[in-house]
Write a protein that binds this ligand. Structure first.
Ligand code: F6R
Ligand code: MG
Ligand code: MG
Length: 374
């Protein structure tokens, strides 16, 4: 049977700052989805990562379905009402438009969707990240789908070894979806040249070259581009099918041991090491660190099993300690150099105003002997 997985997520309010949603908020969204999903959806899962609530839905209506998107939007509106009633911080933060118009894309919430013919057994992973942006998945996708040093299936399994096609999006382009399709291994260096720039070029999807099947989809929204100003980081979600013709679950998880540096720590303006965390984990230190959760499911005729919480395993305790140490090291240099994001990525207007005010005071010295003016 052909099934669609849709994950739609938004930050609609949080306890104690940008930390985590309240239990009542999450329950409001869950109830709204359960009620409104009757006759529309096959199954649902609602959870949170940091201050973002993710709604996972299975159905047979294809990607971009208006009814499915409207239900998610309405659930976020209902959650926002709870957030306002409780006085949560940033209530409705990611709902950037006043009324729903057919599709939540471009309205604030992040979306990742895939439609596929269900295999007899169909394992998949739901990733959700907070305090970062879609480029956070570039390195894990590159290593999991194109590097045999991490993904041994690329040399051990004939189907996996046929390689994968990456669709990469230029997220700086705002007129439409500007993409390029590149296939590993032939185009590996071109893929690498783009993906190194995590803020500009992001993996949008990955397909198997053996079968053409969809393997991964990433939400590529840049809130900054929609709102024209800082409204929070994009906090991306990703769906990945695993096993068989795809990398094994453990191969997809393996790159997350690196705790690579990503953008989005404190005020969306600093780099931090991406920490893998169990589901429903909030944030803390320096409004972070950047975190990622990963739930593993199987789906049969659209019905989900219970979730296996992959990063709750004890192995990741060591990784968490290591990534905390990496972030600590970078934090020691405050705003200097790579600790803070480059000017073009700074999300708060204050520094822009500060720099332009000073610009007028710059002067070219006629002689080195000119006196100090300040
Ligand atoms: C939000 C975030 C936070 C905020 C910071 C200031 O996801 O990362 O670091 O940017 O707490 O928030 P405001 O400007 O809302 O007071
Ligand atoms: Mg937030
Ligand atoms: Mg967030």
């Amino acid at each position: 049977m052909k099934v669609t997985l849709s994950v739609i997520k938004a930050d609609i309010g949080s306890i104690g700052g940008h930390i985590q949603p309240s239990a009542r908020l999450v329950e409001t969204v869950r109830t709204r989805i359960a009620d409104g999903g009757k006759g529309l959806l096959l199954d649902t899962y609602v959870g949170f990562t940091g201050d973002d609530v993710a709604i996972l839905m299975s159905h047979t209506r294809g990607a971009g379905n208006e009814g499915v998107h409207k239900l998610a939007w309405d659930a976020f509106i209902a959650g926002t009402a709870t957030a306002k009633a409780q006085g949560l911080y940033g209530a409705g933060q990611d709902l950037l438009k006043d009324s729903f118009s057919g599709n939540v894309k471009g309205m604030g919430p992040a979306v990742a969707e895939m439609e596929f013919e269900e295999r007899p057994n169909e394992p998949f992973l739901l990733f959700a990240a907070d305090k970062t942006d879609p480029g956070a998945y570039n390195l894990p996708c590159y290593l999991g789908f194109a590097d045999p040093m991490v993904s041994s299936g690329l040399i051990l399994s004939p189907k996996v070894g046929k390689g994968f096609t990456f669709r990469i999006m230029d997220v700086a382009y705002t007129e439409g979806d500007r993409v390029i399709d590149l296939s590993a291994p032939e185009d590996l260096y071109d893929i690498a040249a783009l993906l190194r720039d995590q803020e500009r070029f992001v993996v949008e999807s990955v397909r198997s070259r053996a079968t053409g099947e969809i393997a991964a989809v990433v939400s590529t929204t840049r809130l900054h581009n929609i709102a024209g100003k800082y409204t929070g980081k994009d906090d991306p979600v990703m769906l990945v099918r695993t096993q068989g013709n795809f990398p094994a679950t453990g191969e997809v998880l393996a790159p997350f041991t690196i705790g690579h540096f990503v953008a989005g720590f404190m005020r969306g303006s600093h780099h931090g090491a991406l920490m893998p965390v169990p589901r429903n984990t909030g944030t803390s230190f320096f409004d972070g660190p950047p975190i990622v959760s990963c739930l593993a499911f199987c789906v049969k005729e659209g019905k989900f099993t219970e979730a296996a919480d992959t990063f709750a395993h004890p192995y990741w305790d060591y990784v968490r300690t290591k990534t905390a140490a990496k972030s600590e090291d970078l934090r020691r240099q405050g705003f200097f150099g790579p600790a803070m994001l480059p000017y073009s990525e700074l999300e708060y207007g204050g520094i822009v105003e500060r720099l332009s005010a000073m610009d007028a005071k710059f002067r070219v010295l006629k002689s080195r002997k000119e006196e100090v003016t300040a």
